[in-house]
Ligand binder design. Structure first.
Ligand code: SF4
Ligand code: SF4
Length: 340
């Protein structure tokens, strides 16, 4: 198999110049540009180590109609609903492009993309993705407490899964209700599209009817509907991320930029400030999501004296890359091309 090209820029005093070089390369590669979706994570709450928006301000110069695209998240926080999500993005400085939340107000708008892989027949992806043929993933490379690391694959596969898709990747089962704190208000039951919730004194989910859409999590005013985190463990969770990424890239043109800057142990979904634990490395660009994440991890380990700093989260994070390669997402073999 031919090696995939991964471009590497490491002039840390002028990162914007490198970012713009990558934007130019992408823009020259795009045929028939209408609008380009820019998939980014805006950072939760007080997190300030997400990709810095100032570095992206020239997107408008290189692309005809760049639009930030994202989906709502699964857990309670500032990005659970579209309005709050956009407010959070603006508060973090992503105020210079239109923002398109692809799975609607509450994460209810999804489309099922057939991929027929080991763990996923149909992936639940934010419905608005269908409106984009050209997309750029801009990912902050960092640790992740379940996956080990988070880069392009996680930005796309987990990021663009609808709320139900995210529940599927994380748990694959119905949410659970903390009955001691349920007030029996009935909001969840009114919104449940599968009539799977019965409310008497408190709400009860009929797991045989639940379709795992996760709407009830978003609507419960008491926040007592919980995600059974960790039900999917290890390899299956990683495989699901790869499978959802496959669904997102199917019939689309994608380009990938990874920022190996402000590298933190935990991901940008943590709403508190985190201290980077190592020096910045640079930025990478590739058309291959497997190659760019493999190269990112290799550079990070090299910089960290040959030690994988995320090993305590996952002993087998490379399985995501190996499995991704197996299902045709890209290649773990790459050629690193340094640009100035
Ligand atoms: S996850 Fe969706 S289908 Fe299942 S109980 Fe909640 S609202 Fe109903
Ligand atoms: S919306 Fe929340 S508080 Fe209200 S019945 Fe459902 S679980 Fe209980």
């Amino acid at each position: 198999m031919e090696k995939s090209k991964v471009y590497y820029y490491n002039n840390l005093s002028n990162l914007k110049s490198g970012v713009n070089k990558f934007f130019k390369m992408i823009a020259e590669d795009i045929e028939d540009e209408t609008k380009t979706g820019i998939k980014i994570h805006f950072g939760e709450g007080d997190n300030d180590t997400h990709v810095q928006p100032d570095l992206l301000k020239d997107l408008n110069k290189y692309f005809k109609e760049p639009i930030f695209v994202e989906c709502n998240v699964l857990y309670r926080g500032n990005r659970l609903r579209k309005d709050d999500h956009i407010k959070q993005a603006l508060a973090h400085g992503f105020n210079f492009l239109e923002i398109d939340i692809l799975d609607g107000e509450m994460g209810e708008d999804y489309t099922e993309i057939e991929i027929d892989t080991k763990n996923t027949q149909k992936a639940k992806i934010g419905k608005g993705l269908k409106n984009y043929d050209n997309l750029v993933s801009i990912a902050h490379f960092k640790g992740h407490i379940v996956a080990g690391f988070g880069g392009a694959l996680k930005n796309i596969g987990m990021g663009l899964g609808s709320r139900g898709g995210k529940l599927d990747m994380h748990a694959g089962v119905a949410p659970i209700i903390d009955v001691d704190n349920c007030t029996g208000c009935g909001s969840c039951s009114e919104q449940c599209p599968a009539d799977a919730i019965e409310v008497n004194k408190y709400a009860v989910i009929d797991e045989s009817l639940c379709i795992g859409c996760a709407q009830c999590i978003a609507v419960c005013p008491e926040g007592v509907i919980k995600i059974p985190w960790g039900k999917r463990k290890g390899d299956e969770f990683l495989e699901k991320i790869a499978e959802y990424t496959l669904a997102c890239v199917k019939d689309k043109n994608w380009w990938h930029i990874n920022f190996l800057t402000d590298i933190t142990m935990k991901c940008d979904c943590f709403g508190s400030k985190q201290e980077p634990f190592m020096d910045d490395i640079g930025i990478l660009f590739s058309k291959d999501p497997i190659a760019i994440d493999k190269a990112s991890m290799d550079l990070l380990i090299e910089k960290n004296d040959g030690v994988d700093p995320f090993k305590k989260f996952s002993n087998n994070s490379q399985h995501l890359l190996k499995y991704g390669e197996e299902i045709g997402l890209g290649s773990m073999k790459y050629e690193l091309i340094k640009i100035d």
